[in-house]
Design a binder for this molecule. Structure first.
Ligand code: ATP
Ligand code: MG
Length: 143
């Protein structure tokens, strides 16, 4: 389902979804699924578009993130307390990579969360020009 909306959004908004953007979305949607603890899971994908920017939001009703942990989740290898003990595992690298990719394309990425209620991950990207392609100064550095 997530893949369908991603595809639709890409076509409609002329965003070039390349390998790295797919990686961001897969981790963010993967997190929403992995840290889900509700009997009725809800993951909502939304887009807000203005003339220059696209804001993507992925909202879930999962376990949420404690206020003390929230500022650290984009750090490499950081995993918040309850998720460390989950059998699903993880390296704590997904959001660090996502941040590097989004900021490398001139965008911003952030998370808002209410512990026990859910989390919302947002990122922004500049819309492409007619010539296509991101306004990229991305380097294939260390990932
Ligand atoms: N949607 C979410 N709901 C609750 N907690 C989250 C969510 N997304 C991220 N987190 C918290 O942020 C931490 C960092 O996320 P990140 O994606 O970087 O690592 P990971 O999922 O643990 O491992 P990896 O993505 O490398 O497999 C997670 O371990 C988890 O504690
Ligand atoms: Mg992850």
């Amino acid at each position: 389902m997530g893949y369908f909306f991603i595809l639709l959004a890409a076509v409609a908004l002329h965003i070039t979804i390349r390998h790295k953007l797919k990686r961001v979305l897969l981790n963010v949607i993967g997190n929403a699924l992995k840290y889900m603890d509700k009997p009725n899971p809800l993951i909502r994908f939304s887009l807000q578009v203005d003339s220059e920017w696209v804001t993507v939001a992925v909202k879930d009703n999962g376990m949420g993130i404690d206020a003390e942990a929230l500022p650290h989740i984009f750090e490499r290898f950081y995993r918040a307390e309850p998720s460390r003990n989950l059998s699903t595992g993880g390296s704590g690298l997904g959001l660090a990579i996502a941040r590097q990719i989004i900021e490398g394309h001139g965008g911003s990425i952030w998370m808002e969360s209410e512990p026990g209620v859910g989390s919302s991950l947002f990122f922004t990207l500049k819309r492409t020009t007619e010539e296509g392609g991101f306004h990229s100064h991305d380097t294939d550095s260390d990932y």
